[in-house]
Design a protein around this ligand. Sequence first.
Ligand code: NAP
Length: 280
Amino acid sequence: MLLSGKRVADKIKADIIHAVEEYKKNGQAPKIAILRVGAREDDVAYEERVLKNCRATGIEAKVVEVDLNIDMQSFVDELNRLNEDTDIHGILIFRPLPEHLDMEEISKIIKPEKDIDCMSPVNVQKVFTGDSDGITPCTPEAVIEILKHYGYDLQGRNVAIVNRSMVLGKPLAMLFLAENATVTICHSKTRDLKEITKMADIAVTGIGKGKFFGPDYFSKDSIVIDVGINFAGGKLCGDVDFDKVSGQVSAISPVPGGVGTVTSMILLSHVIKAMKLQKK
Ligand code: NAP
């Protein structure tokens, strides 16, 4: 089975549109603020995708571009203005920030209930303590959403995650645990990786190496979620060699059109969640 991200994203999008309409009926307009330092090409491209999704869902957007050489205090002042602005419900800061801006300090300043990209240590802690009353990192949430959308009961499943970063592997392991799955986290020093991924019911790949995983990493019953984003020969591809693997496993998410598509929509769903948290 092809685990298309588009179908999942469309469902989330429909839910957001409905929520935005309800808020607007009550005179409230869900609004995101993007805080961007400088105009790096990939930041601007990402911003365009976010703004396109905002237009498609009715979420309002404000872009705050600050100078590449902005000092820490001025950046914090800018962030605090957004923190205190009651018309802004979600704040997105593009990362990585220039080195002279203290990322750790900034992540402590963003209001947790406006932190739609899960930077704040308060939200990170909630993921790790199993408190669902916070905002989770978008990509791990997208992985779980895809599996749930296609009807997989995660309870008792053996999951292998090949990634131990804070963006993906570690928080994702917590989300799977919250679903009562059994999780193995793998990384570049893992021995017998093939055996572990092959034994797992669900294998999540996120190593950033194009077409690294061939059919020998999986079994015919494997459910494969490919998070990797790579370019090979000018074309976007995942960590899994899709052409060789797709016919040999039970289900697989494609790249492009898989996790990334869902992640973008999850980000906007967090604006709605943030509004609910701010009301509390
Ligand atoms: P990262 O911090 O570089 O983490 C890569 C992980 O892969 C590390 O844990 C690393 O192990 C492990 N690894 C590397 N080579 C390996 C190998 N040969 N065997 C086993 N493990 C190996 O990268 P990241 O930020 O987490 O992102 C990972 C990938 O996901 C990238 O392709 C990125 O573009 C993609 N991504 C996609 C989305 C999306 O929405 N689809 C979002 C975020 C990231 P060590 O810890 O031992 O180094």
